[in-house]
Design a protein around this ligand. Structure first.
Ligand code: COA
Length: 323
């Protein structure tokens, strides 16, 4: 039984930090409103000329260093993003070239805030099927470029950043004691398009467009779908909520994160929270949170880690990983 085992992880955040107070000088909002409704205190914003591929490259170099591997060891890059450098080619190919990796395949997956779990699932399937042996899975975004900075209902919620993990195909026993990805679960429901989308694109408006969201509706779907998908992924692995060591959720809103943790019966200190510092970085939020908890020593080898996320589409999913 092939398992996709995490060899290392890395993260990168743009240097510029924008606090809630700074935002309140530009739009009609306040630090108190943002903190109470979302838990967000600040976000990082990419500099002029700093693209999604640049953030992804830095996170990837750190993940490779953590894994003690070289770009030439890789034969797959899956990059999850909804904010590619260009309409085509895939931003993953920019990262491939900048890393100096010349073999294998590099492509993007687009599942917005669920992008990282989609990317993990795609890479895991390819490693299991022998299509690749060592993969870089990246979540990288520059959401600041698709925000309507006059819409206080959305512009306060998002930030830029990137995170990456290196997965390597190893032989396991096929039991849940194995290290690596134990199970994945993915879903989407295209009927919910209108509650979270970007009102532009190459085929429709020939513009990039801006993010549009009905926050309350997204909130309701997030609570219900997250509870269902975490149960599904645990069932697939034959494990129970009591087996979980760490919940590393998509970082959109502290209230959604707390709700999922409570439903699983986890104590708050088993839930990794970075939304206060990073805001919602879409596909980057899970690997950024993973890197935070791995590098500070919370997540240890052998721990059971549950990743989950939901975003535009709607698209959602979960991955269960033994670290
Ligand atoms: N600052 C101050 N007031 C704001 C505001 C802001 N940044 N944004 C909205 N408001 C106002 C609204 O205009 C509204 O005012 P009104 O009552 O006078 O009309 C009031 O606050 C309540 O707005 P509402 O949208 O109902 O707030 P909410 O409690 O639903 O919180 C979100 C808004 C966006 C924080 C919340 O719905 C949410 O987090 N949803 C999930 C979003 C999400 O996770 N998206 C990403 C998924 S990947």
């Amino acid at each position: 039984m092939i398992r996709s085992v995490v060899q290392g992880c890395g993260a990168y955040l743009p240097a510029r930090v924008v606090t809630n107070d700074e935002l309140a000088k530009k739009v009609d909002t306040s630090d108190e409103w943002i903190r109470q409704r979302t838990g967000i205190r600040q976000r990082h914003i990419a500099a002029e000329g700093e693209f999604t591929s640049h953030l992804a490259l830095k996170a990837s170099e750190r993940a490779l260093a953590d894994a003690q591997l070289k770009p030439s060891d890789l034969d797959l890059i899956v990059l999850a993003t909804a904010t590619p450098d260009e309409t085509f080619p895939a931003t993953a190919t920019r990262v491939q070239s900048a890393l100096g990796m010349t073999r294998g395949a590099a492509f993007d997956v687009q599942a917005v805030c669920a992008g990282f779990v989609y990317g993990m699932s795609v890479a895991d399937s390819m490693l299991k099927n022998g299509l690749a042996s060592t993969a870089l899975v990246i979540g990288a975004e520059t959401f600041s470029r698709i925000l309507d900075w006059n819409d206080r209902g959305t512009c306060v919620l998002f930030g830029d950043g990137a995170g990456a993990v290196v997965l390597k195909a190893e032989t396991g026993t096929g039991t849940s004691a194995d290290r690596g990805v134990l199970a994945n679960a993915l879903h989407s429901d295209g009927r919910q398009h209108d509650i979270l989308y970007v009102d532009g694109g190459p085929s429709s408006t020939r513009t990039t467009g801006f993010l549009r969201m009905e926050g309350k509706e997204v909130f309701k779907h997030a609570i219900v779908n997250m509870a269902a998908v975490v149960t599904e992924v645990l069932d697939r692995a034959g494990l129970a909520p009591t087996d979980i060591d760490w919940l590393v959720p998509h970082q959109a809103n502290k209230r959604i994160i707390d709700g999922t943790g409570r439903k699983l019966g986890l104590s708050p200190d088993q839930v990794v929270v970075t939304v206060d510092k990073h805001a919602n970085t879409s596909a980057a939020s899970i690997p950024l949170a993973l890197e935070t908890a791995a590098s500070d020593g919370r997540i240890k080898k052998g721990d059971l880690v549950l990743l989950e996320g939901i975003g535009g589409g709607l698209a959602w999913g979960a991955s269960l990983v033994r670290w």
